[in-house]
Design a protein. Structure first.
Length: 258
């Protein structure tokens, strides 16, 4: 079995485990839809900012690249896009189908397939929207496919974990790994993201400095702590842009030449 087949087999196994825990709370409340319908440029959370960058997609074809259990699919459909939701996992797509039915999203096309060999025609998509997907993939193959299916002037919008600091990478090894992490996934570097998006026009914004991870260990105060840390990170990154090297999440957009 070649390395790509091994990677995708591992991802299917991980995704099946994820799907087994994703069968509850399938209804997406109006408050959550409103939160992501038109977030501002100054959004302090990366997912909100990714939906800000997305902009007006009414009537446009949006490929959700790695849709998972469909939570973001509902939001995309709610914003008026013609959504093609792709994932490699039949189990996760089954959960996404249930979620879409419960939320009345009847127009979404669910598509099972590999992100490395997209089952779509050339230049057929206005936007590729991917949330925490690229760090699972072979970037060279994925980048080639995204460039192929995007229309001229089309956009790719992604939110990804990053880790530029070798020191932080070494320190991370002392913390227990999450059970749902496959052996092939890893945070990306700024250079990898820049190379992936080349030769497209690019823009990016960094989020979440390392100290914000403290909020994950405060179950009773997680929401308030996350808000406080996000506000603090936003201010620090605005005042000291060089701190972006230590950021742990990046949202970036790539625009294919017209």
């Amino acid at each position: 079995m070649n390395s790509l087949a091994l990677r995708e087999t591992a991802e299917k196994f991980r995704s099946a485990q994820e799907a087994s825990h994703a069968t509850n709370h399938l209804f997406v409340p109006q408050a959550q839809l409103a939160r992501y319908r038109a977030p501002p440029k100054t959004a302090i959370f990366p997912l909100e900012y990714a939906f800000h960058v997305l902009g007006d997609v009414r009537g446009k074809t949006v490929l959700e690249y790695g849709c998972g259990d469909g939570e973001n699919t509902v939001i995309l459909a709610n914003r008026g896009a013609k959504v093609i939701a792709l994932d490699i996992s039949a189990e996760l797509l089954a959960v996404a189908k249930k979620r879409l039915e419960i939320n009345g999203c009847d127009e979404v096309e669910l598509l099972i397939g590999s992100a490395h060999t997209l089952p779509l025609p050339d230049e057929s998509v206005d936007v590729v929207f991917g949330i925490a997907i690229l760090h699972h993939l072979d970037l060279e193959l994925a980048g080639r496919e995204i460039q192929r299916v995007l229309k001229k002037g089309g956009r790719g919008i992604f939110k990804e974990p990053v880790r530029n600091s070798k020191l932080l990478a070494r320190l991370r090894k002392f913390f227990p790994a999450h059970a749902d992490v496959s052996p092939f996934e890893r945070p990306l570097t700024d250079q990898e993201i820049s190379d992936f998006a080349s030769p497209c026009t690019q823009r990016a914004r960094t989020f979440r400095l390392p100290h914000s991870g403290i909020a994950d260990f405060l179950p009773f105060w997680r929401g308030r702590a996350a808000n406080f840390c996000a506000h603090m990170d936003t201010q620090l990154l605005r005042l000291l842009p060089t701190l972006s090297y230590y950021g742990t999440v990046k949202v970036f957009e790539m625009v294919k030449d017209p």
